[in-house]
Design a protein around this ligand. Structure first.
Ligand SMILES: [Ca+2]
Length: 521
């Protein structure tokens, strides 16, 4: 199939000048990953009820991408993709991990996965993580086993466990949610000030839990927004970004520090995903398309006449020319590009004998198009279920049955989708008009592509050839991604796993597992 035929034009043009690169000292990197923050949750992406001047300022001084996709519409798999540069299905971490689940408590990101923190570490960087991990809670899977020198935050969602750690030390048995942003901000600014006095560069993965629920605003922010507690929390989060940037400037290291600001998936309410359809948990655009801001003053300098005075929302241009408009890029990029981009930024080659699903974005800043065609397919998986494929303007939602869906899938419209549904995102970004009947060739080509990608990256209860193993305390036990299928394991295995859990967590009380539905094959 010739997917490039679908593409109107390659991306080009450069309103940015580049400082010389080779002789520069290696940059510091701060990767800010918010949680359940939607496309229109910040001012420069269209928010009207909250004010986010500090995040908007990052966009005004950097590049704001309007077509960025996360690799999943829920937390764990999305994070796995950011950290490994691979689709979650390839990296073996495609389920939403919850330590309270019988089928999940012993799983995590596989120790053999090479994380971006390990890339930095290999190049002499100090590596820090502040925030929510959510890639396994057993000691074998925590951040400091995956390349981070220091860790401060929560291993999983508050609703899974409210505990908060500084390294191995439990700081709070129950995290004070109204102080969370304050605590994170104090640690982030401390790391910045400390690192500024040291010779080695640093990488900080700052994975704030908000605006994921439950949340509480600090006392200075209560009632500050026009959008209730969630809005107050958003404005406090923005304040924290401002404090972080002020610390970089005060320390004299802001110029050569890369700051990326993004989110792990869409919001739980569609009003924060506008103009896109859907929410977290689903594979409509609202679940995957989120803000992505790249800020690096030393390298990205607006050319004369292109300086962005304010953070004006530009509507997506029909035709998607890929040009940079006053710091706005419409080039289609995704979570798997972060690993190659940051590797390139520090002059590190990608590890050999691994498949990477993204590429470095740095050439974009020089006006050079990405190597991949703009119609390179993007695969929307929801856990093990391949639900949609995008190529250029076309997005095909694939047929699916209820049994294939993860329990969190909230897409009731497509719960039992018998026939494929095709949207043209260029003319119908809100995915409202099915044009499958008018474009049978595109439907057929994308359906065939779906069949072939399932062979590599899997499908529900079907292992793909290119899937790497999930991290597991029981590596010989098949991974069960949905609790309802737990009883497909043999009783002796179930017993052995329960015994280990009792040993490690003597106070744990087993939850009753709901048996799987009878109609599943
Ligand atoms: Ca999330």
């Amino acid at each position: 199939m010739n997917l490039t035929l679908f593409v109107p034009a390659l991306s080009l043009l450069l309103p940015w000048t580049l400082a010389s690169s080779a002789a520069e000292s290696p940059p510091n990197v701060i990767f800010v990953l918010t949680d359940d923050l939607g496309y229109s949750d910040v001012g420069c992406y269209g928010a009207e009820k909250v004010k986010t001047p500090h995040i908007d300022q990052l966009a005004a001084e950097g590049i704001r991408f309007t077509d960025f996709h996360t690799a999943a519409s829920i937390c764990s798999p999305s994070r796995a993709a950011f950290l490994t540069g691979a689709y979650p299905q390839r990296a073996g971490l495609y389920m939403g991990i919850n330590p309270n689940r019988t089928a999940h408590w012993f799983l995590g990101l596989h120790p053999d996965e090479i994380t971006i923190a390990e890339q930095f570490s290999k190049h002499g960087y100090a590596t820090h993580m502040v925030g929510k991990w959510h890639l396994g809670t057993e000691p074998e899977f925590l951040p400091r086993t995956q390349g981070f020198d220091s860790y401060y935050g929560m291993p999983c969602n508050f609703s899974h466990s409210p505990r908060f750690f500084d390294g191995d030390k439990e700081v709070f048995a129950r995290t004070p949610l109204d102080r969370l942003t304050q605590l994170y901000t104090e640690r982030v600014t401390k790391i910045i000030h400390d690192q500024a006095t040291r010779s080695e560069p640093f990488f900080l993965y700052y994975a704030h839990n908000y605006p994921h629920t439950p949340y509480q605003a600090g006392k200075d922010f209560k009632g500050s927004s026009k959008d209730g507690v969630r809005g107050d929390v958003m404005q406090e989060l923005d304040w924290g970004i401002g404090e972080m940037m002020a610390a970089l400037r005060k320390s004299g290291i802001a110029d050569n520090t890369i700051v990326i600001f993004t989110s792990d998936n869409g919001p739980t309410a569609n009003q924060y995903a506008k103009p896109y359809r859907g929410t977290k948990y689903v594979t409509f655009e609202g679940g995957h398309r989120v803000p992505f801001i790249f800020h690096w003053p030393a390298r990205i300098k607006p050319s004369s006449g292109f300086r962005q005075k304010s953070c004006v929302v530009k509507e997506s241009n029909a035709g998607n020319s890929g040009e940079f408009h006053y710091g706005v890029s419409e080039v289609s990029i995704n979570a798997m590009d972060v690993f190659p981009t940051l590797s390139a930024a520090i002059g590190s080659e990608l590890p050999k004998e691994r498949v990477y699903d993204g590429e470095s974005l740095l050439p974009l800043f020089e006006g050079i198009p990405l190597k991949r065609p703009t119609a390179q397919p993007f695969f929307y998986y929801n856990c093990e279920n391949l639900q949609a494929i995008r190529s250029g303007p076309w997005k095909l939602h694939l047929p699916r049955s209820q049994d294939q869906l993860p329990f969190w899938d909230k897409n009731k419209a497509f719960a039992n989708l018998r026939n494929p549904v095709l949207y043209n995102l260029d003319t119908d970004s809100s995915e409202s008009t099915n044009v499958a009947a008018d474009n049978p060739e595109i439907v057929n080509e994308l359906m065939e592509l779906g069949d072939s990608i399932r062979q590599n990256l899997g499908e529900f209860m079907q292992r793909g050839r290119q899937q790497r193993p999930t991290g597991s305390l029981f590596p010989d036990v098949p991974v069960i991604s949905h609790e309802k299928d737990w009883d497909t394991l043999d009783p002796a295995t179930v017993k052995a796993i329960a015994k280990q859990r009792q040993k490690r967590h003597p106070n744990h009380r087993a939850m009753k597992v709901q048996p799987r539905r009878k109609n599943r094959k």
